[in-house]
Design a protein around this ligand. Structure first.
Ligand code: NAP
Length: 412
């Protein structure tokens, strides 16, 4: 094995163009995050990793105070810790709705960055499964045709599974309104089937995806997801001393996911005008990558009974339209049935049971018997907390949105 190389403080000071006194000062400022080794005689010895860390400080501190550099680096460290805290190696993972926008991004990342034994994709349409197979071509993938409405099939599919990520859903607001019982069969009864199968097969960790529309729902889609959330949280009571634990993640609109407004604006911009439902409308926004990070973190943090919510920015719909189609006329067409002007991720009632840590909120159930394990390291949010898209303290301007869309390869 190659021997680790070390450098003296003078040596790396010269290399990075900073005086040793600055390095010593930074060592003090960043002591929670970074501690170079010392030789037996007490001399500092800097490794390649230490040099990388110093280079990062130099780069970040060009435009920021040391306090904000510290907070960025702390965030990165905690994110890395949380992601690696859940050990995927040798795990059998089943993703319902694995061919959807979230499922595809999650599975691709899981296979690339971790070492699961097998990933089972559970969904109905064989064409989407074939396309995903062609795209990923990974021997750890298993493609299972099945409907979440089919309890027997789910029981077979979840045999020997360690983790279930439940992403399958009907999620188009108008489709759910027009086909109410279909939405209930997939989103509510389907959720119950996933829970039953997990309990029967003693699946240790189950995480269900939820949405801001489940908070004070204004449409059937949100109402079905609220029922689903309640069932997943309550499932911990059914589980009792059995090993299965259930939690949810809840987030807002995902950048350019199927059926989102972005593909619509991209299409409309060819016509010279884009439609805005209401100029006051605001939404939470996150990228698919952030959604996958949230689920990975949630799996690491979950004890059972939590709803994990990411701390994410808001945007105004008009700013998004400007970012995508700056040259287009914006035509106001009025709010659609079941739509809200603003979305809420954590209601005032839930705010009383909300904690935060490292860019994530955690809502605990009101009933103590639904809570499993302990939640050390989480801090309660201040009183009267509510997390809504219009009162958020983080915003994306139309310039931010434009660069985000360019970075994601959506605008070119
Ligand atoms: N996209 C967003 O902006 C957003 C925001 C917040 C929360 N969420 C939640 O995140 C989850 C994933 O969303 P997504 O954007 O990835 O959705 P998506 O792209 O529409 O994918 C849905 C997936 O579910 C499968 N599916 C649908 N009905 C099914 C059924 N009855 N049985 C089995 N599989 C079924 C679909 O495949 P088949 O059609 O082949 O079965 C597909 O794989 C959903 O629970 C959604 O509520 C999404």
């Amino acid at each position: 094995m190659k021997k680790q190389e070390y450098y003296s403080i003078g040596n790396i000071g010269q290399r990075l163009g900073i005086p040793p006194s600055t390095i010593r000062y930074w060592e003090n400022v960043f002591q929670d995050l970074w501690k170079p080794e010392r030789s037996k005689g007490g001399q500092r010895r800097y490794s390649k990793t230490d040099i990388d860390f110093l280079q990062k400080i130099i780069r970040l501190s060009r435009e920021r105070t040391l306090e904000s550099v510290k907070s960025i680096l702390k965030q990165e460290k905690l994110q890395a810790e949380a992601e690696t805290a859940f050990d995927w190696s040798g795990k059998v993972v089943l993703v319902t709705g694995g061919t959807g926008s979230f499922g595809t991004a999650f599975i691709s990342r899981l296979l690339k960055e971790h070492d699961p034994e097998a990933v089972r994709i559970y969904s109905r349409d064989e064409l989407k499964q074939y396309q995903l197979h062609q795209k990923l071509r990974d021997p750890r993938l298993r493609f299972l045709i099945g409907d979440v409405r089919d309890r027997e099939r789910l029981i077979k599919a979840t045999l020997g599974v360690d983790v279930i990520v439940h992403a399958a859903a009907m999620k188009q607001v108008p489709a759910c309104e027009y086909n109410p019982f279909e939405a209930i069969k997939t989103n509510v009864l389907g959720a119950k089937n996933v829970i039953d199968a997990a309990l029967i097969n003693k699946v240790p960790k189950v995480i269900a995806l939820s949405t801001d529309k489940a908070v004070n729902p204004a449409n059937l889609y949100g109402a079905t997801k609220l029922c689903s959330d309640k069932m997943f949280i309550h499932a911990n009571v059914y589980s009792g001393k059995r090993p299965s634990r259930f939690a949810c993640v809840r987030y807002g609109n995902v950048l350019a996911s199927r059926g989102s407004v972005i593909p619509l604006f991209l299409e409309q911009r060819k016509t010279g005008s884009v439609t805005i439902t209401d100029p006051k409308m605001t939404r939470f926004w996150l990228t698919l990558r952030e959604a996958t990070t949230l689920v990975m973190k949630a799996l690491a943090f979950m004890q059972g009974g939590e709803i994990f919510v990411p701390r994410i920015p808001s945007m105004r719909l008009v700013d998004l339209a400007t970012a995508i189609a700056p040259e287009c006329r914006q035509k106001v067409v009025g709010i659609r049935p079941g739509e809200k002007i603003h979305e809420v991720l954590i209601s005032e009632e839930e705010g009383r049971y909300t904690y935060h840590r490292d860019g994530i909120f955690m809502v605990l159930p009101h009933e103590k018997q639904h809570i499993s394990g302990n939640h050390n390291g989480w801090k309660q949010v201040p009183g009267h907390f509510i997390y809504a898209s219009n009162t958020n303290d983080r915003w994306l301007s139309s310039e931010d949105l434009r660069s985000l869309l360019e970075r994601e390869g959506i605008l070119n």
